[in-house]
Design a protein. Structure first.
Lengths: 138, 282
């Protein structure tokens, strides 16, 4: 079985990243063979549709379970279509997350648990503060 | 002649200037291109009527023909397509309607279907033809509405175009085919800062432009000094006048009650025409 953890960096010791579409890497562990693969998330900086692209990436990697923090509606529909189980709420490193999963401590979700664009950090959004309607009346 | 009224900062007087200028000229067309929140009609005694829908062509995948090669999804820079081992999923709200997926599909499995993203409305107010675009709630593609709106510009007429604020895509879409751009500002730190951003845009797009200072008397003289130093034409100063503010608050274009301003707007229009004839500058 292939377990995927969203993470900030490569390898088992890197920090778990609760964002799905905009995490840095997907660390994939094959629980049978013990093989570990770190896949860069190329959609981390996308202006839109990052979750969709990320879901496509992990589906292509053939994962069975995704351990992450938040999944928006578009990403969730792709993950469901691909038959990927989503578990939320790990903490610590990638290996900590896998251990928490194996100990049955993570919660499964059956619907999106995050709003669209929730993983966008400051400065990544379209940013259109329009500064309207000042000094009206007195 | 096509003249856009833009500004970096919002709330500097684009709509005030657009409506008053359009009313001061005879036989003009007025376009409200601030399709996310059009407001020209607040100052025009009219009820705009639906003229047409604006659609975006979104892909429909024929699963019989689709070989799941994934080229469509790879091509789409807006991530509107997800190619999975079992099927290709389409996210119409992310699609910008470029048609690239249809062209790139080696199996001919993609066809396009229109999806409404907004509307164009029209009203005629005595001599003035008024058009406005309205982007549907939840939609993002303001530029498509703006392009559809500008398709109603008639050659030989003077088109006055009220731009959205800022310097992002909707503004670029609004000003890109203009003969001239008026930048409205107020001489305050924010007004000045955002004016310079707007100047960068029109310079880069090589659109002749000039500056109008609204609420002149408010703030300081930094905009005037800057324009003078940069050789940018200062087209008009609209004073920070209580009468103008009061008329604004009642939704009355001030040229209606202060007819001397009609003449000033016409003079400004002549100045602009001369600047365009001489090939721009600034």
């Amino acid at each position: 079985m292939k377990i995927c953890v969203t993470s900030a960096g490569e390898g088992p010791d890197s920090e778990f990243d609760p964002r799905f579409g905009r995490c840095g890497y997907f660390v994939v562990l094959d629980s049978e063979s013990g093989a570990l693969e770190s896949i860069e998330n190329k959609s981390a900086g996308a202006s839109g549709g990052a979750g969709i692209q990320a879901a496509q990436t992990v589906a292509k990697a053939g994962i069975d379970v995704l351990l992450t923090g938040g999944v928006g509606p578009n990403a969730f529909s792709v993950l469901s279509e691909a038959g990927i189980e989503v578990k939320i709420g790990p903490s610590g490193s990638v290996s900590d997350a896998v251990r928490q999963y194996e100990e049955g401590k993570l919660q499964a979700i059956s619907s999106p648990n995050s709003a669209p664009h929730a993983g966008m950090g400051a400065g990544q959004g379209p940013g259109k503060s329009q500064g309207r309607g000042q000094s009206r009346g007195r | 002649m096509k003249i856009a009224i833009a500004s970096g900062k919002g709330g500097t007087g684009k709509t005030t200037l657009s409506v008053n200028l359009a009313l001061a000229l005879s036989d003009a067309q007025l376009f409200d291109c601030d399709v996310e929140e059009p407001n020209c009609s607040l100052f025009l005694d009219c009820e705009p009527k639906l003229l047409e829908d604006v659609n975006c062509l979104v892909p429909i995948i024929d699963s019989e023909k689709c070989s799941l090669c994934g080229q469509c999804s790879e091509f789409c820079r807006y991530n509107a397509l997800a190619a999975l081992p079992s099927k290709v999923m389409v996210f119409p709200s992310l699609c910008h309607g470029c048609g690239g997926c249809t062209l790139i599909c080696p199996e001919g499995a993609v066809r396009e279907e229109p999806r409404r993203i907004g509307i164009i409305e029209k009203a005629v107010v005595s001599e003035l033809e008024f058009y406005r675009g309205l982007l549907d709630i939840g939609e993002v593609m303001a530029p498509s509405i703006i392009k559809a709106l500008q398709a109603h510009i008639e050659e030989g007429k003077t088109a006055i175009i009220d731009s959205p604020p800022g310097t992002a895509c909707p503004v670029i879409a609004t000003v890109e085919n203009m003969d001239y751009c008026i930048l409205v500002t107020e001489s305050t730190p924010f007004g000045f800062h955002d004016l310079k951003l707007a100047i960068d845009v029109v310079r880069q797009m090589k659109i002749p432009f000039g500056v109008v200072i609204n609420r002149h008397g408010l703030g300081d003289a930094r905009v005037e000094k800057y324009c003078l130093a940069e050789g940018i034409p200062l087209l008009l100063m609209i004073p920070n006048d209580r009468r103008i503010a009061k008329l604004y608050s009642e939704g009355i274009p001030f040229v209606k009650e202060m007819p001397e301003w009609k003449e000033r707007f016409r003079e400004m229009f002549e100045t602009i025409k001369n600047q365009v004839d001489q090939g721009g500058s600034a």
